[in-house]
Design a binder for this molecule. Sequence first.
Ligand code: HEM
Length: 401
Amino acid sequence: MTTFTESGQYFDPLNPAHTPDPDDLMEASRKGCPVGQVSDILYTVHTDSDVRQIFDDTTHFSNRGNFSVGPEDVQLPVTVITLADPPDHTALRARLLKDLAPVRLRKLAPKVSAIVEDCIRTLPKSGVVELYADYVHFIPARILYSLIGFPESAWHQVQKWSDVVVARLPEPAHELPEFISLTEYIGSLVEARRLSPNDRHEDVLDNLCFAEAGEQDMPTPEVVLHIMQLVTAATDTTRALIANCLFRLLDQREQWEALLADRALLPNAIEESLRFDAPGQFMVRSVVEDTTVGSGPIAAGKKVYLDIQSANHDEERWGEDSRTFRVDRPNASLHLAFGRGIHACIGAPLARIEARVAIAALLDAYPDMVLTADAAWVKCEGALIRRVQEVPVQLTGAGKL
Ligand code: HEM
């Protein structure tokens, strides 16, 4: 076992200097220290097989304390899904999954296309545009708001509040004025829905406001927190996927050209983007029973940092070109970007649809666009989300929509 603070050559999630550009340090960890200890309480695992093992093991590991790398866990009045263990987790997941079932997603598909078309229409026909701020940023939020059932007139305000809240994560956000305004607003929508029980909308608000047979009634503060959890889980992650994928495709122009020539490559390009740049770089698990990871013991009471970004670059699984972005990588979809096991992302199918529609629309409208000469891969601030900060492009004579 190595203590990173002494060696400095391995990835240490507690060292802010490691956050902006972690890939070389993660490679060193995979090769020299696949299981490490960075504080009295926090262990790190970096290989595909160890991260996979822990995602699959709900006997020794709990989701309590997820995202928190320090000794203190965030205390919430209600256990939200990403912090819950069975049996509470099982019932909550089944309830939320109803809103993301294939039949619901099929119904949502025209709305996804309409939102993307609206966003693309706001882009100029030519000139320099920063695609993250001017395009990508709006798409996952608006689609989620539609799924939840926020009235369209409130989307602009909700996005302003939620952007501040999401930017704070994984640090606690509940004391921010924007968090308070957003939760109060959602609470008012919940109360309004409950006053008209016969006016059904087939959205998340109705699902959580009105229990069906076998489900439990949820008090309003609980509904509000579950919706807040969806807002935090679904927006920045999906924005990161779309922005990262666009940047990598345009940065290696031949990959963009490959997609222009064969649109059937797009789904795999999205999987490769998820593998190459995991939008959520890590998860945390709490050890509930003494166990062994790799060759080392980890005692009950400790926490483990699951390094998804590193696992997705593991040479053992992906080969020696694991740190190369390739739209034709045959096994790209085996990545761990959506987690695995009982907590695997329930929004993965929606995120994939959003990315596909948003990128296909740009391929159609601006096939000749190029990154500007000064474009550079710079990771956004914060430890959890891995997203390129800006995607500046030169649009040329198109706007075919
Ligand atoms: C590219 C986009 C996304 C990525 C990379 C992502 C990643 C993840 C990961 C890694 C987990 C596992 C958490 C754990 O093991 O503790 C997760 C869970 C979850 N995700 Fe996503 N997510 C994305 C988009 C979405 C969307 C669009 C939604 C909803 C519309 C969503 C809702 C959830 C929820 C509710 C959970 C908790 C599931 C559970 O604990 O059982 N995610 N996500």
